[in-house]
Ligand binder design. Structure first.
Ligand SMILES: [Zn+2]
Length: 488
């Protein structure tokens, strides 16, 4: 039974339509929903709620939404940190292929536990995760009291797993997990991306999406320069045209990246009501080339596209901090252009309510407004780093870190209170993650310890890479590039 909670005398950032801020505010939660947000009144201090929290020295805001991520390799944080581009891509592709073949399930399960724990203590209350085999993720996040959108990735030119088998897995996952754990866990349909899927696969995805009309379609879109090349190999002018032709360019589409989008792409996305998950750290980390175009987020937002922030593969760039993605979004945009690409409040909105809107749940989540589900985070701002507390939105996006989160409430349930996790066994999860990585290092040619990480040599990686898929993928891209040249 969800008890009533009242937080008083907090600095409250409700992220509502007017971007209000209450310097001494009260948030009242009833039956799992926000009942009231207003200035604190004297009677609040001895209100008769089940739990009364003195919010003096705390900042209350909505739970953070990680709008695009992959969780199963979480225990390998630190393993990829020092690799060059080819080493990183090769070893990662080989690992994904091995997981798709059913290997390393102990690592994947430990990964979901560790991800749930770290995101919970860091104030992330909702994740949108695309993985290979997400059952353990749905169960771990569901049991932890968190929210999660999960879907198994489907691709025919990246792995060698038969496509029929991938669709069977996707359907079985949806049937078992969609809308479970009081609606906190939802299934998604996940064509992996627009550079490793054939038209035939997109058409099958479209048929699946028609079968399950209330599911999001979550993909990587306009991520690489190869995105539109593959679309042409698939008989369309560009990626969005291909999606439109198969019937997937609509308001169910959540597209991670959108980095190489042009003006026409932005207009079409806005008109379709599709949304974007911007993941700045991962691209800033592995930068595919010095002339890299940067994601046109200000233009997307100006056109009315909902843009959330995603931490993506956090084990590439060694961070569990979604606050850090807001900071990185600003730094990367300003580096490419000039200062002033975002206001701090816009970044706070992308961390919360716009992330929720991008996932189609903006009416239910993402802000502290009466009637919405009570997903609330309290930050400890009685600290030197937050003194004096001027410009709270700037402090949230530039200065806050997961360690500042002291309390997390989801659906009116207290999951973390005064830094103590209530719904997960933190010690057991940490031991399990350590054991999983020890076993992984013993079973493979990866050398991972406190001193660093050494991936297997090139020959081993080449042996572990999937054979059929990538060869067809590279063949198609090469052929299309030649055709593009001669057509011109
Ligand atoms: Zn991704």
């Amino acid at each position: 039974m969800t008890g009533d909670i009242l937080v008083h005398d907090a600095l409250v950032l409700p992220v509502d339509g007017e971007n209000r801020l209450f310097e001494s505010g009260t948030v009242r939660i009833e039956d799992g929903r926000i009942a009231e947000v207003r200035p604190t009144e004297a009677g609040d201090r001895d209100a008769d709620a089940d739990v009364v929290i003195d919010g003096e020295g705390s900042l209350a805001m909505p739970g953070l939404v990680n709008a695009h991520t992959h969780l199963e390799l979480t225990p390998l944080l630190g393993a990829f940190s020092d690799l060059g581009l080819l080493e990183l891509m090769g070893s990662m592709t080989a690992l994904y292929a091995q997981i798709a073949d059913g290997e390393f399930d102990y690592l994947v399960e430990a990964g979901y536990d560790l991800a749930a724990l770290n995101f919970l203590v860091g104030g992330v209350t909702t994740v949108n995760s695309m993985d290979i085999d997400p059952q353990a993720g749905a169960e771990t996040f569901g049991e932890a009291g968190l929210r999660g959108f999960f879907g198994p990735a489907v691709t025919d030119l990246f792995w060698d797993v038969p496509v029929d088998e991938q669709f069977d897995r996707a359907r079985a996952f949806i049937d078992e997990y969609h809308d479970t754990y009081d609606g906190r866990i939802r299934a998604t349909i996940c064509p992996h991306d627009d550079w490793s899927c054939s038209r035939d696969l997109w058409e099958r995805i479209s048929a699946l999406a028609a079968e399950y009309p209330d599911l999001l379609v979550h993909t990587h879109l306009l991520e690489l320069d190869e995105s539109d090349t593959m679309a042409r190999a698939n008989g369309a002018d560009d990626s969005l045209t291909l999606l439109d032709e198969v019937g997937l360019l609509d308001d169910r589409l959540v597209a991670a990246h959108f980095r190489v989008a042009d003006e026409a792409d932005i207009e079409r996305t806005a008109a379709a009501g599709a949304s974007v998950a911007h993941c700045p750290s991962v691209f800033a980390y592995w930068n595919p080339g010095p002339e890299m175009q940067w994601t046109p987020v200000p233009e997307l937002r100006a056109a009315g596209v909902d843009v959330g922030l995603g931490i993506d593969d956090h084990y590439w760039h060694d961070s569990y901090s979604l606050f850090g993605e807001a900071r990185q979004a600003r730094l990367a945009a300003n580096l490419k252009r000039t200062a002033g690409q975002y206001s701090s409040m816009e970044l706070v909105r992308m961390l919360t309510v716009e992330g929720a809107r991008a996932l189609g749940v903006g009416d239910e989540l993402g802000s502290l407004e009466p009637g919405k589900r009570a997903d609330v985070v309290l930050l400890d701002i009685d600290a030197p780093k937050f003194t004096p507390m001027t410009n709270a939105p700037a402090n949230v996006v530039n200065n806050a870190a997961p360690a500042d989160v002291e309390t997390v409430i989801v659906d009116g349930e207290m999951l973390l209170r005064d830094g103590e996790v209530r719904t997960l066994d933190a010690d057991a999860i940490q031991r399990r993650a350590e054991q999983a990585v020890e076993r992984f290092a013993a079973e493979t040619d990866w050398d991972i310890d406190a001193g660093g990480s050494d991936p297997p040599g090139t020959r081993q990686v080449l042996r572990d890479l999937p054979k059929r898929g990538p060869v067809r993928l590279l063949g198609r891209l090469a052929l299309q590039s030649v055709e593009d040249v001669f057509e011109y």
